[in-house]
Design a protein around this ligand. Structure first.
Ligand SMILES: [Zn+2]
Ligand SMILES: [Zn+2]
Ligand SMILES: [Zn+2]
Length: 248
């Protein structure tokens, strides 16, 4: 399978409108440092696509039928794109946890077919086996362990640390790649999100390779962030960016 990172930013995206912080200024100079809110696609071995979170409009980036849409949670930076996507010309299942659900989308889903999932649930979509994992966030949030023919990757955002039950599942079935919440700069302690080093540590505890994602403009500027991560973790931890493709 292939992971396609469509959006790797936090709520505000980078650059945030009119923001003059170093991270936003850099992103206006360097296109690759710009980030849309969290949106990720998985392309299966059969060339089918599923979408995990829809933080942005995907039409110019992934104009294919979707075998399903999964939400980690209902915070706005993970659902913006759904307001438009629900008009798509094909009925599509939307699997999401209950907490904090958006009334507009649930009362008027158009062609989305909402279904509730909770931590521990297992879904089979095309060639994928997807296990919902409990995460530690402000509202009910699930990550996902996604398996295809014995290859696995884990998506772990939004979260601060990970609950022991999720760690247990991941230790039993270690993913090759973990995509982990790394919203904030090193040293920042937030109750709902990891900083870069917390994200790297969690990722390395469960997977061979780590991609840090859900990166806020309050994080280090992109080039500084790359230098920090490379110096501290070498090749095993990488900073995800919009447009990145990873083969699992
Ligand atoms: Zn978020
Ligand atoms: Zn900024
Ligand atoms: Zn969130």
């Amino acid at each position: 399978m292939i992971i396609y990172f469509i959006g790797t930013g936090g709520s505000e995206g980078i650059p945030a409108h009119l923001c003059t912080c170093k991270t936003c200024k850099e992103a206006r100079r360097l296109g690759f440092a710009q980030r849309k809110p969290s949106t990720l696609a998985v392309i299966t071995k059969n060339n089918e696509a599923i979408l995990i979170d829809v933080g942005t409009d995907i039409r110019d980036l992934l104009h294919v039928p979707l075998k399903g849409i999964l939400l980690t949670h209902w915070h706005h930076d993970h659902i913006y794109g759904l307001y438009k996507l629900r008009w798509m010309a094909q009925k599509t299942e939307l699997y999401a946890p209950k907490g904090h659900a958006d009334a507009l989308i649930l009362n008027d889903p158009k062609n989305l077919k909402p279904k509730t999932i909770k931590a521990g649930d297992v879904l089979k979509i095309d060639s994928l086996r997807i296990t919902a994992l409990r995460l530690n966030h402000e509202v009910e949030t699930v990550g996902f362990l996604i398996e295809e023919d014995g290859e696995r990757f884990a998506l772990l955002y939004d979260t601060k640390g990970i609950p022991p039950e999720t760690l247990d599942i991941l230790k039993k079935k270690p993913p090759r790649v973990a995509v982990v919440d790394a919203t904030y700069a090193p040293g920042v302690d937030d109750p709902y999100h990891n900083n870069v080093d917390e994200g790297a540590k969690i990722g390395l505890e469960v997977a061979e390779k780590v991609y840090l994602s859900h990166i806020s403009h309050k994080n280090l500027p992109f080039l500084q962030l790359l230098a920090h991560v490379r110096k501290k973790y070498g090749d095993n931890v990488r900073v995800a960016y919009d447009g990145l493709i990873v083969h699992i």
